[in-house]
Write a protein that binds this ligand. Structure first.
Ligand SMILES: [Ca+2]
Ligand SMILES: [Ca+2]
Ligand SMILES: [Ca+2]
Length: 385
């Protein structure tokens, strides 16, 4: 009986191997032209808003990525590709000058488009054309400017991670309100899903305009708003944090002077701990976080359409196939920070306006938008390029 099962297993593995890695004849190759179509007001400018976009093609079978920059006609040509399921994303940053020309405002916008899990095929040697609409990307207003997830060096406590914090920065020129925005993490394995599968989700308090954040200002959300140097000398003082995650029913500590984030979903753990190895963190604006319910493992489903900012981090930043977030939110990876090293990752400066306001880089690709911080700087953003 056992040998029969073993044989069946071998046959099954062999069968799936055959199905999942087809030996495609080279004659099956075809060409793909992705034509970008700007459906926004930016197509009225004197510049070509579909030119210079980075168009990325991701094979769903083997995870291979191809990136091509669109030409002056808004075309990205991918030559000699194989029929497959693909995800496509396009990102076109808009310069301050381009935005000013069209909107007469000093705002931050990008153009982006994506299409997930589409079957692409054509007769061998033929060229298939796919039109990808671009819409205004929400990048820019509020961004994660520093993420400290790695935990402190042992001094004396090993594996000290209660000092994790998130810094959120107003990257825009107008006042932004934190009221009712949600911070969540994202379970691994759903990068192509239309929902974030959140293990933890917490909401800022306030009823609409209680927590304004001025242009160029940052706030800190601490795991625990404590002076952590009292417990581990290599840690930091977060007793002045602006908000903290407080998990009432798990024996969490509470600093009564620091407002608590409101628990929306908490699947497990003594706190909203994000992994010291790899995780993804998101900031969202969603009217009803319970509208789409839960997945089969009690993870809260939050729609991608509500995402304001999202950052994917991992100890090995070359493992793009292990990403948790869709390329439309974050097409790269930050991290590369050893656990318990006391190192944080922070967004780099894009430019500084004439009146001295720092604009942080946000191309929705954290491989380029983030770097390692020289030191943890809760509440402060860098001011040199
Ligand atoms: Ca806490
Ligand atoms: Ca508190
Ligand atoms: Ca900082």
């Amino acid at each position: 009986m056992k040998s029969y099962q073993y044989c069946l297993l071998i046959c099954t593995v062999f069968l799936f191997s055959c199905v999942e890695t087809p030996d495609m004849p080279s004659s099956a190759h075809f060409n793909l032209r992705i034509h970008l179509q700007d459906t926004t007001v930016f197509n009225t400018g004197d510049f070509v808003s579909t030119s210079g976009a980075v168009v990325t093609l991701l094979s769903q079978t083997d995870g291979k990525r191809l990136a091509i920059t669109s030409d002056d006609e808004g075309n990205a040509y991918f030559n000699s590709i194989l029929p497959d399921y693909y995800s496509i994303s396009a990102n076109r940053p808009l310069s301050v000058e381009e935005i000013w020309e069209v909107l007469n405002k000093n705002e931050m916008w990008a153009l982006g488009g994506d299409s997930s899990n589409v079957v692409l095929f054509a007769d061998p040697g033929d060229t298939m054309t796919l039109v990808l609409p671009l819409s205004r990307s929400r990048a820019g207003n509020l961004v994660f400017s520093e993420i400290y997830y790695s935990g402190s060096r042992p001094d004396p406590i090993p594996n000290y991670f209660h000092d994790q914090f998130l810094e959120i920065y107003n990257n825009s020129e107008t006042v932004q309100y934190l009221d009712s925005l949600i911070i969540c993490d994202a379970e691994y394995g759903f990068a192509d899903d239309e929902f974030i599968h959140a293990i933890h989700a917490y909401m800022f308090p306030g009823t609409g305009k209680d927590y304004p954040l001025m242009p160029g200002e940052a706030i800190i959300v601490a795991q625990d708003a404590l002076n952590h140097t009292l417990y581990n000398k290599s840690s930091i003082d977060l007793s002045d944090a602006d908000f903290e995650f407080y998990v009432k029913d798990k024996g969490d500590v509470n600093n009564p002077d620091v407002p608590d984030m409101i628990q929306i979903h908490h699947k497990y753990g003594i706190d909203f701990l994000y992994s010291v190895f790899n995780d993804a963190l998101l900031l969202l604006k969603i009217d009803d976080p319970y509208k789409f319910g839960y997945d089969n493992f009690e993870r809260l489903l939050l729609p991608l359409s509500g995402v304001i900012d999202g950052v994917d981090y991992r100890e090995n930043v070359s493992l793009l196939d292990k990403k948790r977030l869709s390329p439309s939110i974050d097409s790269g990876l930050t991290g590369g920070v050893p656990s318990y090293s006391g190192t944080s990752v922070g967004r780099v400066v894009d430019k500084i306006t004439d009146d001295g306001r720092v604009i942080l880089k946000d191309t929705n690709n954290s491989s380029f938008d983030f770097s390692h911080c020289k030191s943890r700087t809760p509440g402060e953003v860098p001011n040199d390029i």
